[in-house]
Write a protein that binds this ligand. Structure first.
Ligand SMILES: Nc1ncnc2c1ncn2[C@@H]1O[C@H](COP(=O)(O)OP(=O)(O)OP(=O)(O)O)[C@@H](O)[C@H]1O
Ligand SMILES: O=P(O)(O)OC[C@H]1O[C@H](OP(=O)(O)OP(=O)(O)O)[C@H](O)[C@@H]1O
Length: 224
């Protein structure tokens, strides 16, 4: 199975928070098979009737599969695309997976201006976004890359500041952290391999049209 097989479209879906709403959307449009499960041991799931293959990847790896054409299309958070920009087409905002990339600090460390945080340490899973933001503000900081549970860093003295995704704000509140700046909002995006978008344009455009119609119909299911 390769994405270069013109008879099939290979779709990459991310494990984790975006998997459910992405799979649901594709299932409702009749594309995804019933056995499309995030934790399936099968790495490639095929819908023979719809001539589609589905692969499920780590979110951070997904744009690489699409860039190299191992998948024709994919669904991924804008934050991932901003952190590690890849040579792919970003074709549609799918309007789910709403969250915001934020700078936050412990309540006790809150200062008046962003520049008051100069020379402090910033823990994040998104080092490029964090560095780019502080650089754009002319503020020098030390970035510490972590892979998760970012809110722990200020509690144990690893960093003073965090840059992380916030959705409801509950995690920040429960750890006595306050938001001090918003870097970028994020939602799920539909991306495509550049060659696939030309070679398989009819099928990809049909899917895009159906997704657009679903979003515009205001169907609540589209905003899962
Ligand atoms: N509250 C939220 N926190 C984090 N990501 C969110 C949130 N809401 C929506 N998202 C979206 O979901 C994606 C992250 O999904 P998830 O947290 O399941 O994976 P991950 O933790 O980044 O992956 P991994 O487990 O491989 O590190 C983000 O890229 C973002 O676009
Ligand atoms: O604003 P909230 O609704 O509380 O959501 C934000 C939290 O969710 C994410 O963590 P996740 O659950 O992905 O775990 P992780 O920290 O291990 O990545 C994110 O990194 C925040 O910690």
């Amino acid at each position: 199975m390769t994405a270069s097989d013109m008879n099939y479209i290979t779709v990459a879906l991310p494990k984790g928070k975006l998997f459910g709403p992405a799979a649901k959307m594709l299932m409702e449009l009749g594309y995804a098979p019933e056995d499309l499960r995030e934790n399936s041991r099968k790495l490639v799931i095929t819908n023979e009737t719809g001539k589609m293959h589905f692969i499920i990847t780590k979110p951070a790896d997904l744009p690489t599969y699409v860039e190299y054409g191992a998948a024709d299309i994919g669904i991924i958070g804008k934050d991932v695309l901003l952190e590690d920009s890849k040579d792919v087409y970003e074709l549609m905002d799918l309007k789910f997976g709403f969250c915001r990339m934020m700078v936050a600090v412990p309540q006790s460390l809150q200062r008046e201006k962003l520049s008051d945080y100069a020379h402090m340490r910033v823990a994040t899973k998104y080092p490029r976004i964090a560095q780019g933001f502080f650089h754009s503000q002319g503020i020098q900081v030390e970035i510490i890359k972590l892979n998760g549970s970012i809110e722990l860093a200020p509690m144990v003295g690893l960093a003073e500041i965090i840059v992380d995704l916030v959705e409801t704000g509950r995690t920040l509140r429960e750890n006595n952290l306050v938001e001090v700046a918003e870097i970028h909002p994020a939602t799920a995006r539909f991306i495509a391999n550049r060659v696939s978008f030309k070679m398989k344009s009819a099928r990809i455009n049909r899917l895009l049209g159906q997704l657009k119609e679903k979003l515009e119909s205001g169907c609540p299911d589209a905003k899962v």
